[in-house]
Design a protein around this ligand. Sequence first.
Ligand code: M6R
Length: 614
Amino acid sequence: MCGIIGYIGKQNAAPILIEGLKRLEYRGYDSAGLAIVSQVGGKNGSSIVAVKSVGRVANLENKVSEQLEGVVGIAHTRWATHGKPCDRNSHPHSDCNGKIWLAHNGIIENYQELKDILIRKKHVFKSETDSEVIAHLIEEFGKKYDFKKSVLESLKLLRGTYGLAIIHRDEPNKMIVARLGSPLVIGVGSNENVIASDVSAIIRHTDQVVYLEDGEVAVITPDNYEVFSVKNRAVSKEVTKLDWSIEKAQKHGFDHFMLKEIFEQPETIQNATRGRLVVPEGRAKLGGLRHVADQLRGIEKIVIVSCGTSYYAGLVGEYMLEEYAGIPVEVEYASEFRYRKPILNDKVAVLAISQSGETADTLAAIREAKEKGALTLGIVNTVGSTIARETDAGTYNHAGPEIGVASTKAFTSQLSVFVLLTLMLGRQRGMSFVMGQRIATEMAKIPKQIEKMLKTSKDIKKIAKKYLKYQNFLYMGRKYNYPIALEGSLKIKEIAYVHAEGYPSGEMKHGPIALIDKNFPSIFVTPKDSVYEKNLSGMQEIKARGGKIIAIATEGDKAIQKIADDVIYIPKTLEMLTPLLSVIPLQLLAYYVGVGRGYDVDKPRNLAKSVTVE
Ligand code: M6R
């Protein structure tokens, strides 16, 4: 939620900031803005110029004139929380005199209280945002202290979360950044430094990064950075070398990132399993869990915490782990888990699933679990993200940067890691070599099977065209494919703004069937598995009521053609692996319906890629 970037060096900052904002735009796109220190030490001292615009970064780019020169600047792309999207509420925000400017990601919970105090001290506010209060606080402390001390004193008063980048007209060769609950990374260059909410905006400039931790503040100049605690104690930091390349974050000829990411799945699944899936031995190696392997043997329950698509991956994981590793599993929405009073102890492993590794609720759930003595684990995509760093152990899913707001390749790579985890824990707990080898052999075929399915994407495009006009869909599946029904319905909601309900097909008769008529099509995920016959009966019941049906079925299933209006086939595989295949046509269907309805599928309205606020 919200992306921030800052540059300090020798180059003209504005184009660098705009380019960085484009990479961060997936974090929010309600408005964008930048502030540049211009005329450093000129006749009348320095000045800071800000430009803001509602909507996409492209609008801001059109507004920024070529004359806007300066080698220090900050910028922001906004996902609105406090105050509607308009120029006035766009970041960066300033103090009363335009001396101090800041870009903020997060929420200041006690802003109203602080604002009231500052108004009494005659501060004049220009926006309705919570963020502006920070600029005025720094201004207030500036009456007594220098820039750094004013920032530190202000931070002590804030309740909530922040990733902050701040510049000061009177100390023009300096930028101060701070982090509490919202990510912030320093890219360390040569005679220049770039800060951003995530590495996608940094990789173009440097592959050397420093991840700020909660409660840390950094003072940055063109050739140095120093990190402190809020109490002003120096903190020594490690520099990490990034292994993401700029190419991985481009569209490569696809119309949208979402389509590119759908088509990348054969490769990303291979990346998730490479060197980990040991087919001849029927087992899996997960290096990131090696140091807790003994502890895992004694674990009596796994609680999976996650949100959105990652939550649905967790539901598939639950079926896999319970059936093949014999471990009781519960899957919880992280946003609920953190507010319950979960009963945890050292025999419970709490496993966070997160593409971004920054989702606020998932992070809070992990912190809660840690406090209660549980072993915390992560399946995370973004290397070096907060959840990856804060869990006791974990594994990356290696899907590479996912830019489309709708999660696709991250989901199938999460499922792949669940297959590996099931093999690893299953073999620890009595799964036979033969069973292990069967799962591993079938898993190794999945990338090629997806490759083959993707070749028929044109057929799905045709089906999507037929269904463009419908406003409601019922998605149904059972057992391993119930979470896929949920995921399919989430995809079409997000991308095509179509109302869709995901349901376990066995529940249909308990209510949702009342919705069915000729204007309410159903999508049945019904591969030839142990619940196939049950699904077939459900489909007959829909058909008898005049409902249209799209079926996702296994190759060779001719019988289904007699019931469904349209059939999309997936290759044969083990029942537990069917979700890796059955989700692909649902991703494509959502994509083509969204595009067919004329929407920007990479940046669906009201959403942001990384939900770093509650
Ligand atoms: O980064 P995370 O996996 O923690 O994100 C969780 C959800 O916000 C995310 O999956 C969201 O539901 C996506 N927009 C789904 O496409």
